[in-house]
Design a protein around this ligand. Structure first.
Ligand code: PLP
Length: 433
């Protein structure tokens, strides 16, 4: 992107922005929750829509002057509903964490119980980890994998826990689980105990939109929360989608569920948030437009192919992966077993070669999260740059050379940089006009 005002208006800030631009262009990003937005999304984000207050929903605002905010928010909502087959969408949550809190507040009272995946088995902090406020407000109970070698969830234990604790919500969703969930089974268990089934699709929304992973709303779930900035490749933000159509035996009792859209909208505002960020909503609309195009399906397919190739190449070179592979865009390498290094050590070594990933706990990890016995990596960013299977194999080779064979990261860093320059980030560099 070319900037005409910022370079002279605030040289100090512009210099920082240029640095990040170079880092993104020259470095290899393997953090599975990150991506590069298109120039169109960047342009929409940097607009004067940031000037406007628009508390409320389209057509029902608290302040005047909403002609264009109503139009852009309605457009984002309609695109989200069409893309995910939802009856209702709220595009105002400021982030994934906020969206989850809003969804909990929409359906639960303080003290109510929710059933969610254990953090070290792949779940997310916002699903009631003890350090979160949600864990103080609600009572979270857990489910885990039955077999860490295959990644299969212990659905019988999940059902037994649901019957014992009678949760009001059953939450499916993850940020470091490399397999797929049996959504239908989870929705059936939720229906059996009268709970709402909520899927937090923050990581995989782009893969669902791209038609390469299953849509939980089609399997009897009532709520999806998702970020918009991970595989969906939009601005940082989030959405809550719901499907409360009556008459589906998998769904919760009809008279309460009909209120779901209103409960969600009220939980977002005035329940937990103030004015929505309309520049972000505009950028979400653009990203959803991109996600509806055929190229996005190809991107989704390639993310999965790249992940399978990278996982296979790492395992061929002696790495131990949690669940021995992946069905989605991410994988978790057991670094102690594979390299005799903590996740933190691997993260640091690879960063010295311009490869970015993150340390991650493994199931029931004996190490604290700041050290961790594993690293998590994924293919969305590399795929957005246009990298394919051949590049994945080179990347696996570099990771193993640095972490297992103690290769010097400096010359590998040169190769990493060369590769990245061949596949430029669509967000581009930061230049003065
Ligand atoms: C990333 C993520 C979130 C949190 O999103 P933020 O935008 O960082 O608040 C919530 N749930 C899951 C499953 C995630 O992966």
């Amino acid at each position: 992107m070319k900037y005409s005002e910022l370079p002279s208006a605030d040289a100090e800030v512009f210099e920082i922005l240029q640095g990040e631009g170079r880092r993104e262009m020259e470095g290899l990003e393997l953090i599975p929750s990150e991506n590069y937005v298109s120039p169109a999304v960047l342009e929409a984000l940097g607009t004067l829509m940031t000037n406007k207050y628009s508390e409320g929903t389209p057509g029902r605002r608290y302040y005047g002057g909403q002609t264009y905010t109503d139009r852009i928010e309605s457009l984002a909502i309609e695109r989200a509903k069409a893309l995910f087959g939802a009856d209702h969408a709220n595009v105002q949550p400021l982030s994934g964490a906020a969206a989850n809190l809003c969804a909990y507040a929409a359906w639960m009272e303080p003290g109510d119980t929710a059933l969610a995946m254990d953090l070290s088995h792949g779940g997310h902090l916002t699903h009631g980890a003890p350090v979160t406020f949600a864990a103080k407000a609600f009572n979270f109970v857990r489910y885990k994998m039955k077999d860490v070698e295959t990644g299969e969830i212990d659905y019988d234990a999940l059902e037994a826990t649901a019957l014992e604790h009678r949760p009001k919500m059953v939450i499916a969703g993850f940020s470091s689980y490399p397999r797929t969930l049996d959504y239908r089974r989870i929705a059936q268990i939720a229906a059996k105990v009268g709970a709402v089934a909520m899927a937090d699709m923050a990581h995989i929304a782009g893969l669902i939109a791209g038609g390469v992973l299953e849509n939980p709303l089609e399997q009897g779930f009532q709520i999806i929360t998702t970020t918009t900035h991970k595989t969906l490749r939009g601005p940082r933000g989030a959405m809550i989608l719901s499907n409360g159509k009556v008459g589906n035996p998998l769904r919760a009792p009809e008279k309460i569920i009909e209120n779901l859209p209103t409960l969600i909208d009220r939980a977002v505002f005035p329940g937990l948030q103030g004015g929505p960020h309309m520049n972000k909503v505009m950028a979400i609309a653009v990203a959803l437009g991109e996600a509806a195009r055929p190229e996005f399906r190809e991107y989704g397919r390639q993310i999965l192919k790249n992940a399978k190739t990278l996982a296979g190449a790492l395992m061929e070179r002696g790495c131990k992966l949690i669940t021995n592979g992946t069905d989605n865009h991410l994988m978790v390498v057991e670094t102690i077993t594979s390299f005799g290094l903590t996740g933190q050590e691997v993260q640091l070594r690879l960063e010295a070669a311009g490869i970015t990933l993150n340390k991650n706990v493994i199931p029931d990890d004996p190490l604290p999260p700041f050290k961790a016995s594993g690293v998590r990596l994924g293919t969305p960013s590399a795929t957005t740059r246009g990298m394919k299977e051949a590049e994945m194999i080179r990347i696996a080779g570099w990771i193993v050379a640095i972490c297992k064979d103690n290769a010097d990261p400096a010359p590998i860093g040169q190769e990493v940089r060369q590769l990245c320059l061949q596949f430029p980030s669509p967000s581009g560099l930061v230049e003065s006009a």
